[in-house]
Write a protein that binds this ligand. Structure first.
Ligand SMILES: C[S@@+](CC[C@H](N)C(=O)[O-])C[C@H]1O[C@@H](n2cnc3c(N)ncnc32)[C@H](O)[C@@H]1O
Length: 281
């Protein structure tokens, strides 16, 4: 597993661990989303922006080339968050449109990625006309959507022959930090529905057979960061943010203790993975 909250997959391999926020207790529906328990309004968007990793640039190069993107292309980033993925396309394509339902994330996105057009909206009801987009992307986000509904709306806004790319930053299984952090997380966080959602993301493509998978790419990259960032980064993660306060504080205290025994600066190895689909006409 990766480095908690810096990493999305649990040690059991059961699915996403940390890169989303679940709020099962509140059970308030996410705007337009399938999974009522994920509410990114509960996340500190500034911390999310500060501590979360970006995507490997070679993975974006691969996507640009394989999807035939260039200076006149329109790219839409669904579940854009604070714009970690959207920014990768700024200056490389004609227009980047970032769609995000959570107001706190959107506000940070507007500051962090001023050259993207930021719009409030969901992947299930994309606020764009049909056939207006060359490529849709979703970073660390597709498992939050109502997959089949989102696929139908992505199909609607894509031009014929357009592409949809799903990206995730996954932990590198060889990263020695993973096991130790997993053990801490596993003591505090039980199985989460987000794990199930992540593990079954491909089901949506079977249920709504509107796309053809045309390639996948995996690129390893390293984030160098002070070890003191481990706990605040983890605090922005889904499972952690949705824990009752006492449990959350205990978990974060353990991570802080763990981090105190690490070197001042650490290198976290991750793998950006890209799954590329082409719209079937
Ligand atoms: C883990 S964050 C990823 C943010 C960003 N893409 C990144 O790579 O850091 C998932 C984002 O998806 C958004 N989201 C959740 N449900 C959504 C939906 N149904 N449609 C669009 N975005 C949604 C959340 O508000 C959150 O900002």
């Amino acid at each position: 597993m990766g480095v908690a909250s810096l990493h999305p997959i649990s040690s059991s391999g059961s699915g996403l661990r940390c890169l989303s926020v679940s709020d099962q207790a509140g059970a308030a529906p996410a705007a337009g989303g399938r999974i009522g328990w994920f509410r990114f309004e509960a996340v500190d968007a500034d911390d999310y922006e500060r501590y979360r990793p970006g995507y490997a640039s070679e993975a974006i190069d691969w996507l640009m080339e394989r999807a035939g993107l260039g200076p006149s292309s329109v790219v839409i980033d669904l579940g854009a968050g604070t714009g970690k993925l959207a920014r990768s396309f700024v200056g490389r394509v004609g227009q980047v449109i970032a769609v995000e339902p959570a107001p706190n994330m959107l506000a940070v996105l507007r500051e962090s990625v001023p050259h993207a057009r930021a719009v409030a909206g969901t992947a299930e009801a994309i606020p764009l006309p049909e056939a207006s987009v060359d490529c849709a992307v979703a970073g660390q986000a597709f498992h939050h959507f109502d997959g089949p509904v989102a696929l139908r709306d992505v199909h609607r806004v894509l031009r014929p022959g357009g592409h949809f790319a799903l990206l995730w930053n996954m932990p590198d299984p060889n990263d020695p930090l993973d096991g130790a952090l997993d053990a801490i997380i596993d003591r505090h966080v039980g199985a989460s529905p987000i794990h199930v959602a992540f593990d079954s993301w491909r089901d949506a493509f079977r249920e709504a057979p509107l796309f053809l998978e045309v390639g996948e790419e995996y690129v390893t990259h390293i984030q160098e960061t002070p070890s003191t960032t481990l706990a605040p980064a983890m605090a922005t993660s889904s499972d952690v943010a949705s824990l009752p306060e006492h449990g959350r504080n205990e978990l974060l205290a353990e991570v802080e203790e763990f981090a105190r025994n690490l070197p001042e600066r650490i290198a976290i190895t991750r793998r950006t993975e890209v799954h590329l689909f082409r719209r079937l006409d």
